[in-house]
Design a protein around this ligand. Sequence first.
Ligand code: SAM
Length: 203
Amino acid sequence: MASHIDFDERYKTGNTPWEINRPDLSLIDFVKETPVPPCRAIDIGCGTGNNVLWLAQQNFQATGYDLSPLAIKSARKKAAVARVNCSFVNTDFLLDEIADNSFDFAFDRGCFHHILDHDRRLAFAQKVGRILSRDGIWLSLIGNTDETRQGPGPPRLSASQISTAVEPYFQIISIKSHHFDFDHEGIPAMNWVCQMKKRSIQQ
Ligand SMILES: C[S@@+](CC[C@H](N)C(=O)[O-])C[C@H]1O[C@@H](n2cnc3c(N)ncnc32)[C@H](O)[C@@H]1O
């Protein structure tokens, strides 16, 4: 399922306001505070790979998926320059045949929220659940409908839109109103920091 946004065009023209060229602090905090031991990790919609590189540097076996060839090219270049051992796959996460139980930790920063249709969000959550091992964890950073900022920004979901999509497959450990890590001037976009654990029995 291709996105409604031409992400490759966004990377080509540099119209990538989400780009911070470093890992998101919410990921760092989560991995260090929870703590999540190094394991097989997937970053879904990894963009130019900032979070994949950081996970690999923390000894995770890290793989990034992104449908934009330009983003993946840039991610591979960053990994080569930094001499970081990680993998990137240029494909649509929803269409790629990923084996069950391939990962123990899933992360996405601004990918899940691009799915505007409830049934597709359910399919996304189901797939994340399927590729995770027993008790696998998903940390998702999602645009927040409580945003009061005017102007362009990420897509926004309500807590109930998130929970109705993920709860058949995941137990929500916590969902906190926060903001995307941000390097530009102005007010950062609000988000949800949603921590989930795979259900052993689907609801
Ligand atoms: C808002 S950007 C965030 C990129 C990156 N996570 C970051 O924080 O810099 C969303 C990314 O998700 C990717 N994406 C959207 N839908 C996808 C899908 N179905 N499969 C793989 N990647 C997808 C886009 O190409 C884009 O790079």
